[in-house]
Structures are given as structure tokens and as C-alpha cells.
Design a protein around this ligand. Sequence first.
Ligand code: HEC
Length: 124
Amino acid sequence: MRLGFAVLAVLALAGGTGAAADELKRGEALFQGCRSCHALEPGRVPMAGPTLDGLSGRLLGAAAGFDYSPGFTAMREKGLRWDAERLKAYLADPDAVVPGGWMSPPVGLGEADRAALAAFLLAR
Ligand code: HEC
């Protein structure tokens, strides 16, 4: 009985990990389309957009040294943080999450693409 449960648990875990790993890989590949403006290294990086290092739980608009739009500054002052739901919504329609922000809506991403990007960025 106990052994049966353990085997099931291991199988479930293995299956889950495989799917999650695939999603992370997909997110990493999709992120190539963001790299022209976003780095993944910490600290001040001179690019058009802020570094997306350590996004999980990070306040909106809080990359060190990046000069954000007033829209992002307002969100940071409200204490809003990045999580999967907010990130997916932002990638679908940046202006709906951060009114008056500067990033244009990414072109050609479907729902699964946004989920994969969110998973990849929040896992780092
Ligand atoms: C043409 C340049 C450009 C591209 C391409 C781009 N972004 Fe952005 N992104 C920006 C800018 C600029 C900001 C800051 C906006 C502001 O201050 O209003 C931003 C902000 C963000 C933020 C908020 C970061 C924070 O510090 O709170 C996230 C998350 C983000 N982008 C994700 C992405 C993803 C994922 C992609 C690829 C699908 C992408 N961006 C493509 C320019 C870009």
C-alpha cells in the first residue's frame, strides 16, 4: 500500500517535471525575441528595457538603475509584485497592467507562449 503510493508519487513527479522542463525550454527560446531590449543579468544593463533578472516576487518597475515610465513608477509605489498571472496579462496587453508604460505589446504570442515565457522568467 505504502509502496504503491510512493511509486505513484514518483511517477507523478517525473511526469510533472518533464512537462515543466519543456515549458521552461520553450520560454527560453521565446525569450530570444525579447533580448534586443532585455538582459537577464542583474544590475544596471544599458539596454532599451530593464533587466529581467530575478523577476519572481520583484516589485514592478524595480530594476536598479533603469529609468522607468511614470506608469511603472506608480505601480512600484503601490507595492505591486510580479507573479505568473500578472506577467501573462502584461505580455498580452502591457497597457492594461501598466497604463502609460512604454513597452509595446509583443507580437505573435499565443496564450501558451505567454505562459512559457512567464514560467521561464519567474524560474530565474
Ligand atoms: C523594443 C524593446 C522591447 C522589447 C522587444 C520587449 N520589451 Fe519588455 N520592456 C521594454 C521597456 C522599455 C520596458 C519598461 C517600460 C516602462 O518603463 O514603461 C519594458 C518592461 C518590461 C517588463 C517589466 C519589468 C520590470 O522591471 O518591472 C517585463 C516583465 C517585460 N518588459 C517583458 C518583456 C518580454 C517577456 C518581452 C518579449 C516577449 C519583452 N519585454 C520585449 C522594452 C521592450
